[in-house]
Design a protein around this ligand. Structure first.
Ligand code: SIN
Ligand code: FE2
Length: 456
């Protein structure tokens, strides 16, 4: 069974009105050599049934799905499997059951759609990461896999290395080395560290590098990072060259777990995003993107379109929402169900229930296109949030404050990422930095953004 394909298939499932059962079973025998999962799973499934009212439709479909699961569990799995994953919802016409060759935690989740993070996590197993701890003279690099340090390397700046114990003698060095040279040596050290890291990452197929260092060396390392490496680096605090290996291991395992959880969520989102793109194509065929003109007479670098009951338009007369596409004279294309569903899912995850967008502003960015800091304030109801979904090429989202002058945070956004802002943040300034050139497997040289609002 191809788990990747399974994940994609399940990620495309629309939420259902009826219960959707996701069941992960750890089937490894305990130290007596016996597997105990059978009775546990039966009990869990039976207990959960009681959360539905007797003789309700939900209870009926749940019982039917649970019955099918039990039947499969009794007849199918080989004793050699380490784990099992089952997904069942008759109402959504889904029944998937797979044997896993890696252990999983037993977990029963009943919701409106499949629970996919454990599956996404399985696909990521066996991942290794590197940790680099550095100051301006010296660096230690560790490769961590399967929860332990597997390899150690150190990089030392020969010209500026300090004596083994104690600080280096300021007085002696200052006589020989002026500030310019020190900077140069620091830069050389950063470069050497980056080269070593680059080699390790390439040779060992490492996906993530956790980097710790002081405020002098980190900017120099950042500057020296080639693109491929920069994309894998996560800067972390709390470690330095005096940290013990145990500290390095426990701290980075924790960070790695957090980053993994983010990646798993990202994988699921990316699998869903593929479907949004297919719908987007249909919408844009009906209402092609166009470069609107600002009231001040500037042609926008981002090409825009809309779907939904109303669409955002800008022309010499100002900004407004309009039910008619001025280019075609016809209403905007309707908002596809999968758009609405993704927007509502993101809103709920961010804590906004009942989001009912009537407009989806579609923005198409090509390399160089950007959106200057602005507020979204053409909507009537600021009580509802903005939900923004990114597709295709990555971008840097600029998220400022309530005043234009406040410094904006730079948030990297990738394919399938969603940003939600509402409540006290509803009127925060935001924008997009000039899009870097690139090639995305699904969108080529474009980034698309879907921005959902309650406009009228
Ligand atoms: C917008 O502000 O409407 C679009 C933001 C984005 O493209 O991410
Ligand atoms: Fe905006």
């Amino acid at each position: 069974m191809n788990l990747d394909a399974l994940l994609d298939r399940l990620a495309a499932v629309e939420p259902t009105e009826q219960p959707f059962i996701s069941l992960y079973v750890g089937t490894r025998p305990d130290n007596t050599g016996r597997a105990h999962w059978g009775p546990i799973v039966r009990k869990e499934l039976a207990e959960r049934a009681r959360s539905f009212g007797e003789r309700t439709l939900a209870r009926g479909t749940y019982d039917a799905d649970a019955g099918r699961i039990l039947q499969w569990l009794e007849s199918e799995p080989r004793p050699s499997a380490h784990g099992l994953a089952l997904f069942a919802c008759g109402a959504a016409r889904i029944f998937e059951a797979v044997e896993l060759n890696v252990p999983v935690e037993t977990e029963l989740v009943v919701g409106r759609g499949p629970h996919l993070y454990p599956l996404a996590r399985l696909l990521d197993q066996g991942r290794r990461y590197a940790v680099a701890v550095t100051d301006t003279h010296q660096a230690r690099i560790f490769v961590v896999a399967l929860g332990g340090i597997r390899e150690r390397k150190s990089v030392e700046n020969a010209k500026l290395s300090r004596p083994a114990a104690g600080g280096w003698s300021q007085a002696r060095y200052q006589r020989h080395i002026d500030k310019f040279h020190i900077d140069k040596f620091h830069r050389e050290h950063a470069k050497e560290l980056v080269e070593t890291l680059h080699r390790i990452v390439r040779e060992e197929g490492i996906e993530r590098v956790l980097l710790a260092g002081d405020e002098v060396v980190i900017p120099l390392v950042r500057e020296a990072l080639p693109k491929m490496l920069a994309a894998r680096v996560v800067e972390i605090g709390g470690l330095d060259l005096t940290s013990s290996e145990a500290e390095i291991l426990t701290q980075t395992l924790e960070i790695e777990r957090r980053e993994d959880a983010r990646d798993d969520a990202g994988r699921v989102a990316a699998a869903r995003a593929g479907r949004l793109l297919a719908e987007l194509q249909r919408v844009l065929d009906a209402a092609p993107p166009r470069h609107m003109v600002t009231p001040g007479g500037f042609r926008m670098s981002v090409a825009m379109s809309n779907c939904g009951a109303v669409g955002w338009v800008s022309d010499a007369g100002g900004y407004r929402y309009d039910a008619i596409d001025p280019d075609s004279g016809r209403p905007w294309p309707p908002m596809p169900a999968s758009f609405l569903e993704s927007a509502q899912r993101a809103a709920v995850e961010a804590g906004y229930r009942g989001f009912a967008p009537d407009a989806c502003l579609i923005s198409r960015y090509e390399p160089g296109a950007r959106l200057t800091l602005h507020q979204d304030r053409d909507e009537e109801d600021f009580g509802q949030p903005i939900v923004s979904i990114s597709l295709g090429l990555p971008a840097l989202f600029l998220f400022g404050g309530l005043k234009r002058s406040e410094k904006a945070a730079r948030v990297p956004l990738g394919h399938g990422d969603a940003v939600v802002w509402g409540g006290p943040a509803r009127l925060r300034y935001h924008g997009v930095a000039a899009l870097a050139d690139g090639l995305h497997p699904l969108t080529g040289r474009f980034r698309f953004n879907l921005s959902f609002r309650r406009a009228v």
